[in-house]
Design a binder for this molecule. Structure first.
Ligand code: SAM
Length: 247
């Protein structure tokens, strides 16, 4: 049987494609791609002429049988998305789930991923974080999702597009107040920027420089602060006091 290779591709800078990814893409007999025209450009840049098959959110379930057929015929298949690691806010989950259920070999070829790139340079705690993908498009659902996260003490990570970055920041300001936000914009690209501050101050930066609202974003938020030393000793004192009163 062949194997399915889940291949990470660049999130901007083409030099980030690993030599192993390039080798695998050159060796498989079929590349399943989210957008075949987009991936054809990347493959041409690598000097490869691969056989491409579209696999996106609307046809993924129907593609499983076709790809399984290739694997059964002993041919290797690669899965790529438009940018970064497939399955991370990208198609591929149904395919991987079904092929794994059927006992096929699935091999990750790791590489670029916007959330990991963002976290690696943001200066927020990374020992524990919650990746939330994209927030809902509707304001009420978005605020509800954010409100449900207010008490989480892990770093919070979201993906956001330029169309909604301002709305999202104003919702974050409303729900999280002055909580620290780090925005990673256009990572690995020419206009890569990190902005750091509370949501209101980041909105002010975008008002004075609208270019700061362009491009693709990883939005990272500090987790809920742990109880401070002072409030913890207040708690200890009140526990002690009620124990003494009970005596
Ligand atoms: N699979 C991709 C990955 O591994 O990161 C994510 C795909 S998702 C459809 C696209 C979103 O990822 C963008 O809206 C943005 O939030 C984030 N993203 C992708 N490339 C980025 C970049 N170069 N800089 C900042 N964020 C990026």
């Amino acid at each position: 049987y062949g194997a399915l290779y889940v291949v990470a591709t660049p999130i901007g800078n083409l030099d980030d494609l690993s030599p192993r990814a390039a080798r695998v893409l050159g060796e498989v007999s079929l590349v399943a791609a989210e957008d075949t025209r987009h991936s054809a450009r990347l493959l041409r840049h690598l000097g490869l002429a691969c056989h491409l098959l579209s696999l996106h959110e609307h046809n993924e379930a129907n593609r499983v049988a076709r790809i399984a057929e290739h694997l059964r015929a002993g041919q290797d298949v690669a899965l790529v998305s438009d940018a970064g690691t497939p399955l991370i806010s990208d198609p591929g989950f149904i395919l991987v789930r079904e092929l794994r259920r059927a006992g096929h070999r699935i091999v990750p070829i790791p590489g670029p991923c916007a959330l990991v790139a963002g976290l690696s340079a943001a200066g927020l705690p990374t020992d524990r974080f919650v990746f939330n993908g994209f927030l809902p498009a509707k304001r009420s659902a978005r605020q509800a999702r954010l409100t449900a996260l207010v008490e989480r003490d892990e770093t919070l990570v979201f993906y956001e597009s330029p169309h909604r970055i301002r709305e999202t920041l104003s919702d974050i300001a409303a729900v999280f107040g002055s909580r620290r936000v780090v925005l990673g914009r256009e990572l690995t690209k020419a206009f890569e920027t990190f902005l750091d501050g509370d949501a209101e101050s980041l909105l002010a930066v975008m008002d004075s420089d609208p270019d700061q609202a362009r491009g693709e974003f990883v939005v990272m938020l500090a987790g809920a602060p742990a109880a401070s030393e002072e409030s913890r000793s207040e708690i200890d004192a009140s526990v002690l006091l009620s124990a003494l009163l009970a005596e």
